[in-house]
Design a protein around this ligand. Structure first.
Ligand code: NAP
Length: 315
């Protein structure tokens, strides 16, 4: 495992991180086994959120991480009614503090390594978060030592061009961002990633497999071609060859699509690539992507030519 610097936090994080959003209540033993397999492989950064699986992600993670104080945990407070793009902003400083305290209790920790505002989706709600006491409450938690570093995650289904992070990063308010870049949605390449470099902000990549559903996503060749059809239907790609060709993604071989997708992310100047899986076998497959130089210039250029115009996160 190679480790990269998480911006100005100076934390050294494994280039593959684990996204613990799913599986805790469905199969707690499998979830714990996957977390332990991550640690055995050298993964030292795990992402969760107060809202994942009704708190069971954090609760089961707390159980899995007993005695594993070196593993860094990132978790989040969501200032919206739900994860839906149009959900109302309901940020409240007292609820933010209570949420962090609950996260500490469920995770069985005395501090959170990284604490994020979860899924910030409009500039208007970012402005509210910064001025209604929520951001100050985050600073207060950091001053008290309950949180080491603070950050913000975007909602790429609603903000595929990263307007929120383009405002948040230069403000200097956040140590870490969680952003989407994947081989279909490449917009961060020329916007957020260089901005984070300039402001020394740590970058945790989410949705490297395009937040796949069972049928569509960067999880297999048929699912990736189905994703391309979604983008064609949404007018983001032309309804013509090569997008309609069955061999569209053949140039990625010998890499399977998920491995190529993780290699694509790791080719960029990001701190860590966070992948969710409920299976130790698929974790092993994902670990095969940790192999510098990840993806050659020719494949990177072809991916840019094919998908660089996409401005929207489909799922
Ligand atoms: N706004 C936010 O802050 C936000 C939003 C979304 C996600 N996140 C975080 O980012 C993490 C990663 O995002 P994500 O899980 O949504 O998306 P993802 O990592 O892009 O996709 C995970 C999906 O891919 C499957 N998968 C993983 N490895 C695979 C492989 N080698 N072959 C085939 N399928 C594979 C998983 O299925 P199995 O589980 O069946 O293996 C799961 O369905 C999440 O866990 C969460 O922590 C944050």
């Amino acid at each position: 495992m190679l480790y990269r610097r998480l911006g100005r936090t100076e934390l050294e994080v494994s280039e593959l991180a684990y996204g613990a959003a799913r599986g805790a209540s469905q199969d707690p033993h499998g979830f714990i086994a996957t977390v332990h397999a991550c640690i055995d492989a050298g993964i030292n950064f795990i992402d969760s959120a107060a809202g994942y699986d009704g708190g069971n992600s954090e609760r089961t993670l707390g159980e899995a991480l007993a005695g594993q104080d070196d593993v860094l945990v990132e978790t989040k407070y969501c200032p919206y009614e739900s994860y839906r793009v149009g959900a109302a902003y309901v940020g409240d400083p007292a609820e933010l503090v209570a949420s962090a305290e609950e996260s500490l209790r469920r995770l069985r920790r005395d501090h959170l390594d990284v604490f994020l505002a979860h899924g910030m989706r409009t500039l208007e709600s970012l402005d509210r978060f910064m001025s209604d006491g929520c951001y100050e409450a985050m600073l207060g938690l950091r001053e008290q030592g309950k949180v080491r570093f603070i950050g913000i995650s975007e909602l790429s289904e609603g903000d595929g061009t990263h307007e929120v992070l383009k405002q948040a990063v230069p403000s200097g308010a956040f140590d870490v961002v969680m952003l989407t870049i994947n081989l279909m949605l490449q917009t961060a390449e020329e916007t957020v990633i260089p901005l984070c470099g300039a402001h020394d902000v740590g970058t945790v990549v989410m949705m490297p497999l395009n937040q796949s559903s069972g049928r569509s996503g960067l999880t297999s060749l048929p699912a990736a071609l189905e994703l391309v059809r979604h983008y064609i239907a949404a007018g983001q790609l032309p309804d013509e060859p090569p997008y309609t060709d069955a061999d569209l993604l053949e140039f990625l071989e010998p890499y399977p699509v998920p491995e190529a997708a993780i290699r694509y992310v790791l080719s960029h100047d990001v701190s860590t690539c966070c992948v969710g899986t409920r299976s130790p076998e698929r974790l092993q497959a994902n670990l095969r992507a940790i192999d510098s130089p990840y993806l050659d210039e020719q494949r990177l250029r072809r991916l840019g030519e094919l998908f660089g115009r996409i401005r929207w996160q489909a799922f």
